[in-house]
Design a protein around this ligand. Sequence first.
Ligand code: ZN
Ligand code: ZN
Length: 395
Amino acid sequence: MSSLSKCFYEASAGKTCRDLWHPGFASCRHYIWDLWKRIMPGSFKLYIPLLVLPPLVKQDGVTGSYLVNHFLEYVYISIATYVQAALSLTFQCGFSNLFGYLNFWCVMFWPCLLGVLLGPRLPKQHLRLQGITFFNMMVETMIRKNRLGIVQHLRVSRWFGMLSFMALSSIIMTKLHAGIVKQFWLINPPSWNKPDHGRCGHKKSCTHNVLDGMLKYASVGLILESVRALITKFPLLMTNRSQFTTEFTKICSARLGLFLAFYVGIYRATFCLLNRHRLLEGPTQSTVAGFLAGSAYWLYPKYQVYTLAFTKAIEMSWEYWIKTGKKIPPVVEKFNRLPFVFLAQMLSFGYLGHIYAFHPQLSPSFHIKAMGFCSKNLTLNMRRTLIAWIIGYGA
Ligand SMILES: [Zn+2]
Ligand SMILES: [Zn+2]
């Protein structure tokens, strides 16, 4: 038994879900009835950016039917998330009553996992977005939590981060260039990727091709950063304009834009050079260009970008292998039929829930925010109580 779980059992001896979750309600039934009513608006609030942003950035015209469908989808995913959250909170009491005591793994881990398993499923595209985002946050947390000396050393090494990102970027660009795997990544290989006697297929000069990409990607980075800063500081905009301006400029950084601009710039410049000098052919051009472009990671060494590249490289290599491999072993074919994204979502919800309660210092900030919204701070209050128990016990 780990020292943390031992400490938890000793600190929570004789206590029930009422002490941990609902000191204001004598019976679980009343509390559960109340929470199902109380937390409903939370997920609607959480998904407001998903409601507002897509119509704003949609390029091929916004029609009435698009808006209606978009709104209905927003309502559906909000309700699905609400039911998942309410089920998870209900299971917290359920397990406590089932065992007659508070079980270490049945505080957060199993209830969060089961909430996703038994609640309504999100539509495919949203499931993918959420599953991969949460899976990436889980990988990030696991790396930060790992106590192995070598992992701790590599985690903070900027050189290791950059070099391994270059390798991941190289894998991703090679697979995309081969045209068999079609998935989202920061950039796409040029559609004119067949060399034509040392001439590039883009319309204007190579310099224009590189600079045009850099400018566009820098603007995308700036827009994304501004939207992020706006959403984070939105309450201040309503109450205190001058403080909003100060805080907004403080957190809105140009680094993401710089990273994206250099990523696309180095990739395109290398690609044009290789092409004009007739060096290498086909996907190997992207292997080299993608590798060098990865050095832009030095400008923006963020977990979110790293874990995205990490999961994308694995996902794309796997898909490429399944689609092109001559002899795929039957066991791999069976394995490939598993609903990976759903499993990733379920497992990461359980794991991050556990981290939220027992290793709060490692919780990703987006996860803390989502938990606060979806449970109307019920999880936050629980965590405070839990920390007080453990500190009180240790004192
Ligand atoms: Zn209860
Ligand atoms: Zn060119």
